[in-house]
Design a protein around this ligand. Structure first.
Ligand code: SAM
Length: 222
């Protein structure tokens, strides 16, 4: 683990659990991602890095207490850039403290991704956002912003809980059912962009890492 948490603060996973009970809709999970899921999330970022090791610009969205951030900072090189966008102020405080001494110190921005305007585009965007919890309009706004912030040659990595939407769709009624149906439609519209999908069973709950390309990928060459 990088950085030492303050002696007075409860350990990061307990702070995550407390926030998840208070902010269930935006946090969307009870416990931080497992080591296996966190590693699977960053694999696509570094898979091709040996080919053209230009300075990487990486954006992490919805970092929580930082299990995926930890894997990113362990692999980034001095000169690379890591921005972290996290809505929850307590998680931002944990992230700033935890990674203050990392070789590449992440710049932590306490803002919604839909409002984030860094003035640059990223080679890779990695997201832990609980999209299945969000209203459909917010999910559309998130994807739009992500693709505005991603280089056309870049990759967008996210995870989703296995069968999460399908189970909700089966048990939801009324407006909730309409919302899930629209989320499934949005996913179907984005299906042609999927580059890979990998299930990580050892996580609470089991998850799937999905990598998408930019909608404009390859247009310039075509
Ligand atoms: C499921 S947790 C994932 C945390 C961490 N990446 C992990 O894997 O353990 C989702 C995170 O997204 C954050 N979040 C929710 N809505 C957001 C938004 N609009 N912009 C940025 N972060 C957001 C929450 O505060 C929470 O930390």
């Amino acid at each position: 683990m990088i950085g030492v948490p303050s002696a007075m603060a409860p350990p990061a996973p307990l702070r995550f659990l407390r926030q998840s009970l208070q902010q269930a809709q935006t946090v969307g999970a009870l416990w931080p991602s497992s080591k296996g899921l966190s590693r699977a999330m960053v694999e696509p970022v570094f898979a091709e890095a040996h080919k053209s090791r230009e300075r990487l610009r990486v954006l992490e969205v919805g970092a929580g207490v930082g299990p995926v951030t930890e894997e990113l900072v362990a692999r980034l090189l001095p000169g690379d850039r890591l921005d972290v966008v996290e809505l929850n102020p307590e998680f931002c405080a944990v992230l700033r403290e935890r990674f203050a001494a990392a070789p590449v110190v992440p710049a932590v921005h306490q803002v919604s991704i839909t409002e984030f305007n860094p003035g640059v585009r990223y080679h890779h965007i990695v997201s832990g956002l609980p999209l299945a919890n969000f209203p459909a309009k917010l999910v559309e706004a998130v994807y739009q912003r992500i693709f505005e912030l991603l280089e056309p040659s870049g990759s967008f990595v996210m995870f989703e809980h296995v069968l999460g939407r399908e189970i909700l769709n089966t048990f939801a009624a009324g407006e909730a059912r309409d919302r899930i149906a629209r989320l499934l439609e949005i996913e179907a519209e984005l299906e042609p962009l999927v580059v890979s999908s990998k299930t990580v069973p050892i996580n609470m709950p089991p998850a799937r890492v999905v990598v998408r390309r930019h909608p404009e990928a390859g247009r310039a060459e075509g």
